[in-house]
Ligand binder design. Structure first.
Ligand SMILES: Nc1ncnc2c1ncn2[C@@H]1O[C@H](COP(=O)(O)OP(=O)(O)OP(=O)(O)O)[C@@H](O)[C@H]1O
Ligand SMILES: [Mg+2]
Length: 362
């Protein structure tokens, strides 16, 4: 178990800057996810932590000690690679037990430990097979097993579930989280799947073009995103954004989106109620769970009805654009019907149109 710190880490390959001044302090025993789209620098950051690559500048510390010059073995990290990297000439059992053999552990003890890990990953019947004789999902589980077989100071997982089918992926999320709760080993996990990140992490670092845009708990990044980018990356259905003009309404402020006028609770947005903001534009984000249908209010037409089980996503056209409402259960709404929108203004997210930074805290 180790406290891991990245201080001003940058990484370039020639002219290509891949990581830009990444600063992260990961507590001992914490489960942290690097989340972001393809190419944002997640694998590179993980490789730097593992010691498989050197940063162009900045320090990596484990348990307070600078480890830049240490090898992966000296850092005592166990990594599950995005591309598995199994030994092709070794069986499943040999692949999983390999690091234990390197440590000179007795054969019988290795066999027992390998069987235990294989059973938890449902690989028990495949121990004698070679990687070429396995499906992609089975190979991925062997790669996970190889990391789990010992207790390192830090686990590093690079998209470990990307080749598993949907059901197995959900089960593995729960398995990895339970395993972490049991062992308490500091874990750094990489995924581009925001729901996966939310469901397993203590904290999430949302990455964008090699930078960390926000580092916070799932609740912080969902409910209080620091930037428009974080707000749109997190949450399904995706948050809807509108350009709004700020208007005065007595002492209070209001937002005009197309023909609709939305009063803002002054206590939530004190800055916007000041006269100087009159006429300026902001971007407004509204999440689907904060949109309801009502008898009166903003007129809209139902465009699309998508039941997803516990809720129904209803896409609506109104004069300000398109918006999605998440209604409970199987909502009884018909395509083409005329309805009214009720927006929960306590949860509006406002962003600066130029910088993308969130304005005004609740
Ligand atoms: N050795 C290298 N030389 C040059 N560019 C590289 C090298 N390794 C990675 N890159 C570039 O750095 C960027 C980040 O790559 P990285 O593999 O860290 O992304 P990622 O976030 O893990 O993406 P993915 O989700 O697709 O795995 C990409 O644009 C990639 O092309
Ligand atoms: Mg990657």
């Amino acid at each position: 178990m180790a406290h891991v710190e990245l201080q001003g880490i940058s990484k370039s390959y020639g002219h290509v800057v891949v990581c830009r001044d990444v600063n992260l302090e990961i507590e001992q025993g914490e489960f942290v996810t690097l989340l972001g789209p393809s190419g944002c620098g997640k694998t590179t950051t993980l490789n730097l932590i593992a010691g498989l690559d050197d940063p162009s500048s900045g320090d990596i510390r484990m348990e307070g000690r600078r480890v830049n010059a240490l090898s992966p073995v000296q850092r005592d990290v166990a990594m599950v690679f995005q591309n598995y990297a199994l030994y092709p000439h070794m069986t499943v059992a040999e692949n999983i037990g390999f690091t234990l053999r390197l440590r000179g552990i007795r054969k019988a003890a290795i066999r027992a430990r390998v069987e235990e890990v294989a059973a938890s990953l449902e690989l028990g019947d495949l121990l004698g097979r070679l990687p070429a004789q396995l499906s992609g999902g089975q190979q991925q589980r062997v790669a996970i097993g190889r990391a789990l077989v010992r207790e390192p100071k830090v686990f590093l997982f690079d998209e470990p579930f990307s080749n598993l089918d949907a059901a197995l992926r959900l089960r593995m999320r729960a398995e990895v989280k339970e395993l972490h709760q049991r062992l308490g080993v500091t874990s750094i996990f990489v995924t581009h799947d925001q729901e996966e990140a939310m469901s397993v992490s203590d904290r999430i670092a949302v990455m964008h073009h090699g930078r960390v845009e926000q580092f916070g708990t799932p609740e912080e990044i969902y409910a209080s995103p620091a930037t428009r980018y974080v707000a749109t990356f997190i949450g399904s259905p995706q948050i809807e954004l509108f350009t709004a003009v700020i208007e005065r309404n007595g002492d209070e402020a209001a937002l005009r989106i197309g023909p609709a006028r939305i009063d803002l609770p002054a206590e939530s947005y004190p800055g916007l109620a000041e006269g100087s903001a009159e006429g300026s534009k902001v971007e407004v984000g509204i999440r689907a769970e904060h949109v309801a249908l009502a008898d009166r209010g903003i007129a809209a037409t139902v465009r699309l009805v998508q039941p997803v089980g516990p809720s129904t996503h209803v896409t609506l056209d109104w004069e300000g654009g398109t918006i999605v409402a998440r209604l409970n259960g199987f909502a009884r709404v018909e395509r083409g019907s005329r309805v009214h929108l009720d927006l929960d203004t306590r949860h509006l997210l406002l962003f600066d149109r130029k910088t993308g930074q969130r304005i005004a805290a609740h």
